[in-house]
Design a protein around this ligand. Structure first.
Ligand code: CMC
Length: 435
């Protein structure tokens, strides 16, 4: 095998350095030895937005963006979506292997045991204004759980970590459903632990006066598949936040809340809400071409298109398209689908999108399904956050157990003033007079 090193010549000094290459990477700290003199701090890399920096070693999720491949713990996403339940996949992400029947049974029982939220948390939720955005409510309420379980601060204790992981996975659907009902002004519905994870979620969302809620099995399975597809996606923006906040040994509730805040942005999980707003703005299939031309001329983006890693069709979008057909058999076809299909067709043939390798991502079709199921677009990102909580927690646990990880703390290239003296208040020029 060829020598796994890079030889770098520093032309500023003429010195040559040999750096080991492991898994195709060099250690950024190995560059520090390249100095122009004893006062020099040493060379660094500059990588705004982490375009080419691996921040961790991870055995959870594999993505090959050029070939459109996504695997959790080695299993292709297509196979997991077809053959497994969301809670099975959650176990897989957290433990590294698929559960046996006995393990799955006790895992489901454990999660069900923790689905209720404290009545004071329920009261906390009622304090939000009637029209509060559900994602804002979700983020705040998840953070507030930290006050209910003060032991969660002991993040280095594996038993406590495990307890909080189960609590979070069990409680996020309950919080999400309460956020939804709050907006509608309906009473909150307590969890029904005789139902499966997705069925119970539908129960907490939609049960009205009937004594027992019975979920449509097609819709419950569709939701479960959507949860599987959204469960993890390696080092995306919100997962990076989870690892970063968690690296300070902050507790898992506030760390998940921070990750959910990152998810809420329109360039990340908030894109599914924006896709629906965009389809509304387009209005009809005849207007699609003009909208695409507007985007090409630099006015806005096609929401639900493009990805930092996928430079091919997002494999999740393909499964979502298939799932949409199953849902529409029950709910009737969402009229927005025709606009979305026309938009996808034009974009996939257009030189602007082809050249930039912009394909539909997971958020492009998910909102159309959620809307057909009866959700308001404001709920879409909350529906993304429920399953992604599992991915955040799996990544958080891996980070805490990794002896190489420390508090996350990037460097900067300072571009400000050199040292200067404070001018007395009376002598300072107003900001507007400074060029
Ligand atoms: N519509 C039109 N042009 C686009 C789009 C888009 N959706 N996305 C990227 N471009 C253009 C961009 O303007 C740039 O063009 P140029 O080279 O002429 O400057 C080029 O494509 C490369 O884009 P980039 O901004 O450098 O790519 P990025 O990796 O920094 O951003 C992204 C990735 C997902 C933030 C971006 O594609 C985007 O904003 N998409 C729309 C929002 C969206 O759908 N987000 C969901 C992402 S998938 C799920 C998730 O993460 O939650």
């Amino acid at each position: 095998m060829a020598d796994q090193t890079f030889t770098i010549t520093d032309n500023r000094t003429g010195q040559t350095f040999t750096l080991p290459v492991t898994d195709g990477t060099i250690r950024a700290m190995d560059l520090r030895q390249m100095k122009t003199g004893p006062e020099d701090f040493g060379a660094m890399t500059y990588d705004p937005a982490f375009l080419n920096t691996a921040s961790c070693r991870s055995a959870i999720t594999f993505i090959d963006g050029d070939r459109g491949i996504l695997r959790y713990r080695g299993y292709p996403i297509e196979e997991l979506a077809e053959k497994c339940s969301f809670l099975e996949v959650a176990w897989l992400l957290l433990h590294g292997e698929l559960p046996t029947q006995a393990e799955l049974d006790s895992w489901i029982a454990e999660v069900k045991h923790h689905t209720m939220i404290h009545e004071t948390t329920k009261k906390f939720l009622t304090g939000f204004r009637y029209n509060a955005h559900p994602m804002t409510m979700f983020i705040s309420t998840v953070a507030a759980l930290s006050s209910v379980y003060p032991e969660c601060k002991h993040v280095l204790d594996p038993a406590i970590r495990r307890q909080e992981i189960v609590r979070l996975i069990a409680k996020v659907p309950t919080i999400a459903a309460y956020c939804y009902r709050h907006q509608l002004g309906f009473p909150y519905v307590y969890p029904d632990n005789e139902l499966s994870y997705p069925e119970n979620f539908l129960n907490m969302l939609w049960r009205m006066a009937e004594p027992k809620y019975s979920a449509n099995p097609v819709l419950a399975r569709a939701l479960d598949i959507l949860f599987i597809l959204h469960a993890d996606h390696e080092q995306n923006c919100s997962t990076n936040v989870m690892r970063c906040v968690g690296s300070s040994q902050a507790d898992p509730y506030v760390s998940v809340a921070a990750a959910a805040a990152a998810l809420s942005g329109p360039l990340h999980g908030g894109a599914n809400e924006e896709v629906l707003r965009m389809l509304d703005e387009i209005g009809s299939v005849e207007n699609v071409r003009a909208y695409v031309d507007k985007v090409k001329s630099g006015h806005g983006k096609l929401m639900g298109f493009g990805h930092r890693v996928y430079k091919n069709y997002d494999p999740r979008a393909r499964i979502i398209k298939w799932t949409a057909e199953q849902v529409f058999e029950v709910t009737g076809r969402n009229p927005k689908l025709e606009i979305a299909l026309a938009l996808e067709k034009i974009a996939l043939e257009d030189e602007y999108f082809v050249k930039r390798k912009l394909y539909p991502n997971v958020d492009f079709y998910s909102g159309i399904i959620y809307q057909a199921m009866g959700f308001d677009p404001a709920m879409f990102t909350v529906l993304f956050a429920i399953p992604r909580t599992v991915g955040w927690l799996a990544q958080w646990q891996e980070m805490i157990q990794d002896p190489e990880q420390k508090i996350s703390r990037p460097r900067q290239v300072y571009t400000g003033y050199d040292a200067r003296k404070v001018v007395p208040l009376a002598e300072r020029a107003p900001l507007t007079m400074k060029a």
